[in-house]
Design a protein around this ligand. Structure first.
Ligand SMILES: Nc1nc2c(c(=O)[nH]1)N[C@H]1C(S)=C(S)[C@@H](COP(=O)(O)O)O[C@H]1N2
Ligand SMILES: [Mo]
Length: 198
C-alpha cells in the first residue's frame, strides 16, 4: 500500500489534500463525451462575449503574445480519480479579462465540438483559471483538449472545458452539458458537489 491510499483525506507529503471520495491515479485518463475535435492552431480562435454582446477575440498568434504562466495543480474528476501536481502552461483568465468590461456574474464556456459548462465568473479570476496549451512541457494533446483548454482546477474537472473556443458572460446561471444531465451546477470537490442537490 502506498503512503496515500484510497480514501485518505489527510494532508499528503506533497502538501496536497485528496478530496473526500477520491482515489489517486498516476496516469492521465481521457474523458470525452464525444469525438475529439482536431482544431489546427491557424484555425483556432478564442472569444469572450459580454452580456451586452461586445466581442473580444484572439487568434492563435495574439493568444501566444499574452503573458503565460507555468502552474502545478491537482486535478479531481467527478468519476473519483485525482491526479496530483500536474504541470501546465497557459494564459490566466485575469490576463484575458483585462480589457473586458462586464457586470455579469456567470459564464458559459463553449468548446469546439459543442460541449458547454457553466461557472461563476469569480471562479475564473484571481489566479484560479487558465487557458492552458501545454501539459508536462509539451503542446497539449488533442485528446486532452489541445490546442487549448480551460483549466479550473479547484472545481471538478468537467468544468475544465477541453477545446475551448469561447466564454459567454451572462446575468443568469444557465446549465451546461453535464449540469443539464444532473451534475452539480458548481462542482466543489471538497464539498463533494457531484450531483444536483449534493
Ligand atoms: N469539450 C469537452 N471538455 C471536457 C469534456 C468533454 O467531454 N468535452 N469532459 C470533461 C470531463 S468530465 C473531464 S473529467 C475532463 C477530462 O479531461 P481529460 O480527458 O484531459 O482527463 O474534461 C472535461 N472537459
Ligand atoms: Mo469528469
Amino acid at each position: 500500500m502506498g503512503i496515500i491510499s484510497p480514501g485518505f483525506t489527510g494532508r499528503g507529503r506533497s502538501g496536497s489534500d485528496l478530496p473526500p471520495g477520491q482515489y489517486l491515479t498516476q496516469d492521465f485518463p481521457v474523458l470525452s463525451a464525444g469525438p475529439t475535435p482536431h482544431v489546427l492552431p491557424e484555425h483556432w480562435e478564442f472569444t469572450i462575449a459580454t452580456e451586452s454582446g461586445e466581442m473580444h477575440r484572439w487568434d492563435w498568434a495574439a493568444f501566444q503574445r499574452l503573458p503565460a504562466e507555468e502552474i502545478t495543480r491537482d486535478l479531481h474528476c467527478v468519476t473519483r480519480w485525482s491526479k496530483l501536481a500536474t504541470d501546465w502552461k497557459g494564459v490566466s483568465l485575469d490576463a484575458l479579462f483585462e480589457d473586458v468590461e462586464t457586470a455579469a456574474d456567470f459564464v458559459m464556456a463553449h468548446s469546439y465540438g459543442g460541449y458547454t459548462t457553466n461557472l461563476p465568473l469569480e471562479d475564473l479570476l484571481d489566479g484560479q483559471a487558465w487557458i492552458a496549451y501545454q501539459y508536462d512541457g509539451e503542446p497539449l494533446a488533442a485528446e486532452h483538449g489541445g490546442p487549448a483548454r480551460l483549466l479550473v482546477p479547484h472545481l471538478y474537472l468537467w468544468k475544465s472545458a477541453k477545446w475551448v473556443r469561447g466564454l459567454v458572460l451572462s446575468d443568469t446561471d444557465d446549465l451546461g452539458f453535464w449540469e443539464t444531465a444532473g451534475y452539480h451546477e458548481y462542482g466543489d470537490p471538497w464539498k463533494e458537489q457531484r450531483y444536483a442537490g449534493d
